[in-house]
Structure formats: structure tokens, C-alpha cells
Design a protein around this ligand. Sequence first.
Ligand code: 1CP
Length: 354
Amino acid sequence: AASHDPSPTSSPSPSESILVRAARGEQVPHTPVWFMRQAGRSLPEYRALREGVPMLQACRTPDLVTEITVQPVRRHGVDAAIFFSDIVVPLHAVGVDLDIVPGTGPVVAQPFRTRADLDRLPELTPETVPDITQAVRQTVSELGATPLIGFAGAPFTLASYLVEGGPSKTHQHTKALMYGDPELWNDLCARLAQISGAFLRVQAEAGASAVQLFDSWVGALPRADYLRFVEPHSRAVLEGVADLGVPRIHFGVVTGELLPDMAAAGADVIGVDYRVSLTDAVARTGGRYAVQGNLDPALVFAPWEALEAKVRDVVEQGRQAPGHIFNLGHGVLPDTDPTVLTRVVELVHEVSAR
Ligand code: 1CP
């Protein structure tokens, strides 16, 4: 499967890569493409490496992190790698008792509900995560000209896991805390913003060329509540890393109603899920932001002709934005045939070539 050399010697630096230039809204020779959750269960070479290694242990073992991060670049020839980690890794690193349970996701031993729980969220400093610095450094070195995207969870999405104690469709305890004790909610999110921002900074300072803030579940809120309870904290994270000079991508699911506010919170690139067309996303954000997205990950299971038409349509709509990074509208589904993803990469490169 190793058909793409991730580190050609004579290429430019990753900070001038096509992905970074598209994020800045500059002219690029073709549309860059990567896939959320590209490093993971859809790849047999990933499953082989993970055999018998718990998820959190894999995330804290630099050699494994590097190999898993580079695998999809080799296989698919994507234009960026996403750092292999999880949004709860920084929480684990500051001492929160949690696990990532196969088939479920993050599970927190004692959910956060009271002011006393804040004591369990100390600051994150570079000294908290030396393994992350090492993993990013050696991954960047292995990737050569291919840029690495660092990431973190946004305060709302992290708070949801802490307060619910695990994955939730309703976010009921989270909303109960937000409305019932706004002061505690704000103090919790301020701590999470520090942890999230520091985690992004560690990755960028170790060589990541772009960062993505995942507010996956914030689409559960109406706009007024987003602006009141969440936006100031996400803004603190994004503005807090502005000095690093790396493009900032801001993404959530079912966030069509929030796109203008999420963009204005300090993003350079707005991530768009598959429910909103890129055309509408560009219009809603005033044509001022690069966009990332937004092929429905389920369409990878459709016949090639139908999928090809969809890919062409997404590339075409992306031309209306100042910059476009092709991606799925959410993560790669576990049963995805990876050979189809490789074909999608080739097609995006071919039809977008200028
Ligand atoms: O390939 C990549 O994209 C890099 C790795 C990556 C990323 C970016 C993982 C590995 N997790 C994440 C981010 C992440 N984690 C998000 C934001 C992205 C998104 O919206 O999908 C979220 C919400 C999580 C939380 C999480 N971790 C879930 C979702 C649970 C829920 O609420 O429904 C799950 C299933 C995990 C575990 C996880 N994270 C990553 C992997 C490979 C796995 C599976 C691990 C295992 O089963 O052993």
C-alpha cells in the first residue's frame, strides 16, 4: 500500500504547502484534500498496529503516534496528516480519570457537576505533555513537505464529555449546568479553554503547520446560547494561538446556524458538515473565509459514478470560497473501503488542477 512517498527531499517546507496556502486564501495548483479520522479503523495497517494496545496508551506512545499519523499519507497521498490523538488526551494528561472505551468513546470516571470538581482541572503546560512534543517533532520530520494538522477539542465539546461522563445525544446534564449555574459553567469552560489552547500551542511549537478546533457537538445549541455560553471561550482558544501564525480551522457538526459566529470567533477556515452546501456556507460567512468540507462520509459507499458526481460538485462549489480544503463533512466511517478514499484523492487532484 506504500505508494506515496511522504518526504520527497527537494520539496518546499510544509508551512508553504498547498494546504496552508489554500487556508490563507492564496492561489494553489490544485485543491488540497485530507479526511477527518483518516488515521484509524478503516485502515488494516492501523488495526494491525493497534492490536492489544489500548487507545490512550497508543496516544501517549510517540513511535506509534508517528507511524499511525503517517499511514494515511503514504496510502492515499493526502495533502495533510492529522496528528493521531484524541480530544480527551489533554484532559487525561492533566490528571482527569478517564478511559477511551472501544465501541463507545471517552468515559469519565466521576462526572463534573460541582464547583469542587474544578480542582480536578489544573493548567496544562508543555511539561505536562513531553510525549506530545516528541511525537509531533518526529512526525513532522517523517512527513517532510507534507503539513501536519494539530488539533484540540473546543470547550463545549470537552465540557459535554466531562459533565455527562461519556458520549451523549441530548447533552442534558451539560445544559442543566449551563442554565442552572452559569458562573460555574463559565469557570469550567475557562479552564478547558486554557487546556485546549495550551495543547494547540504545544503542537504548533513542535512543528504542526495548521490547527483544527473540534467543537463537534455544539450544534446542539441555539445561536443565542452559543453566543452567550460558548463563543467567548472558543474565541479565547482561537485568539490565544493567533500569534503562532498557523491557520486555524474551526469545525462542528450540525452547525449550519452557527457558521457565521464560529468563523468570526477567530477562525481562518470554517469547517462545514455535509448538511449545508459549500455555496450556502460561503454566503453565510460573507465570502471572507476559506472553507473545509464537505462530502457526506456515507456517500463513499455509493456506486462510483454517483460518488464521482458528488466529488466534482463539492470541488466546483469550493471555487466560490477564497480557499477550499476538500474533506468529508464528518469523520471516515469505520467500514469505509480505503481504496475508494484513495480514488477520491486522485479525483479531487485531477478535477481541481489549474
Ligand atoms: O484520524 C484522525 O482524524 C486522528 C485521530 C482522532 C481525532 C481527530 C481521533 C482518534 N479522535 C479525534 C477527535 C475526536 N475524538 C472528536 C472530534 C472529531 C469528531 O467529531 O469526530 C471527538 C468527538 C472525539 C471523541 C471520541 N473519541 C469518540 C466519539 C464518541 C461520541 O461521542 O460519539 C470516539 C469513538 C473516540 C475514540 C477514538 N478516537 C480516535 C480513535 C481512532 C478512536 C477509536 C479508538 C478505539 O476504538 O480504540
